[in-house]
Design a protein around this ligand. Structure first.
Ligand code: PLP
Length: 380
């Protein structure tokens, strides 16, 4: 193969950030400390001054977000079955019960009509996911939440840099959870952050983050909450700071790439064969991913065949996500095939194409040509 392999994602860490990490390593303070304070302050600025606390993952943030919202045994939490499995695992983690509502097959996000229809007297909270960085209709979501008095923990793991009606995701709403995993638009290698409503919630977040500890004076310490070990290292926070300085640039580049995908795919063999493109949102979405849904029957191939054909052309791809309710853990808890047909169809046929800031225009054109070529061959 003459052309270089195109991965489907690759973090963009600049030399200034690498030098900054080296400084932190040499500073003598490598775990949670001054870099975290800076990172939390900068994130808070970014979301309009709301309190922000950092964590070591975007799973810890979801779980602690639920605890702060008072979700526990006996409560139901409504979410989407098309997400990374941590979105619903955390509901079991806090002793509550996940209730899934099927997706809208166009946006691939939770269908808010179905969400509303799933509300019962036991519903305490909802966890909407902004798949690929496309927000749900936030006005409608919060109208529902207000009407039924529900807490919202936004799983905005993929939505850092996205917005709604000109406002940044994180700057509006209830509790907002971000992930800074290596594949996300802003990374701290591993990490996450919670945007909270007030100082009390921020204090509680700090306790859940570190063994429930409150320190007083030079030598005092109290523990009054069962917390865990979820703090972010200063090395990680320094990486996050370097990324945050470039988030506007990152999002702009991702939008250019997404546009190029649309331009190349819209009138090509793939769409003629029935490939479904994402919603063309260039206002709100941060284009965390560019995902296509394959017409597997018309192509007479499996998704694995399609991904393998891309690989043969030097292109990596991904699957985000298999339906959560079909995993064994969930089947053993009463979920099963046929319950969420849109999620099952999309989950079985969705493919994530390469999208990262350093992907060149020529790389995008190569991916477009490959997708069109595979579809052309399979339908002619
Ligand atoms: C990445 C991700 C998470 C979990 O974040 P981690 O930092 O990997 O724990 C949760 N939900 C969604 C939708 C994600 O994409």
């Amino acid at each position: 193969m003459s052309e270089p392999f195109i991965p489907f994602v690759k973090p963009d860490i600049d030399e200034e950030t690498i030098a900054g990490v080296v400084d932190v390593l040499r500073s003598g303070w490598i775990t949670t400390g001054p870099q975290n304070q800076k990172f939390e302050a900068a994130l808070s600025d970014y979301v309009g001054g709301r309190p922000v606390r950092t964590f070591n993952s975007g799973t810890a943030t979801l779980e602690i977000g639920l605890r702060i919202a008072g979700v526990g045994p006996g409560d139901e939490v409504i979410t989407t079955p098309l997400s990374w499995v941590s979105t619903s695992n955390v509901i079991y983690e806090v002793g509550a019960t996940p209730v899934f509502a099927d997706i809208d097959p166009v946006t691939r996000n939770i269908d808010l009509d179905r969400l509303e229809a799933s509300i019962t007297p036991r519903t305490k909270a909802v966890i909407p996911v902004f798949l690929a960085g496309l927000p749900v209709d936030m006005d409608r979501l919060y109208a529902i939440a207000q009407h039924y008095r529900l807490r919202v923990i936004e799983d905005a793991a993929q939505a850092f840099g996205a917005s709604w009606g000109g406002k940044r995701i994180g700057a509006l709403g209830d509790i907002v959870s971000f992930s800074f995993h290596a594949n996300k638009n802003l990374t701290s290698i591993e990490g996450g952050a919670l945007v909270l409503n007030n100082a009390d919630e921020a204090r509680l977040a700090e306790k859940y983050r570190l063994q429930g500890v409150t320190r007083t004076g030079f030598d005092g310490m109290e523990v009054d909450v069962l917390g865990g070990k979820f703090n972010l290292t200063d090395v990680a926070a320094r990486v996050g700071l370097g990324q945050l300085a470039r988030i506007a640039e990152f999002t702009a580049r991702r939008r250019v790439i997404a546009r190029r995908y649309f331009d190349g795919l819209r009138d090509g063999a793939a769409v003629r064969a029935g490939v479904e493109l994402p919603v063309a949102d260039f206002e709100n979405s941060n284009w965390h991913m560019f995902q296509i849904v394959l017409p597997l029957e018309r192509l007479r191939m499996t998704r694995a065949d399609f991904m393998s054909a891309l690989k043969d052309r030097g292109i990596a791809s991904g699957v985000h996500y298999p339906p959560i309710h079909l995993f064994k853990l969930y089947r053993e808890r009463g979920f099963g095939p046929g319950m969420f047909p849109h999620t099952e169809r999309v989950g079985a046929s969705i493919v994530t194409l390469p999208l990262f800031t350093q992907l060149s225009d020529a790389d995008v054109d190569r991916v477009v040509a490959a997708v069109n070529d595979i579809c052309e061959r399979r339908t002619s």
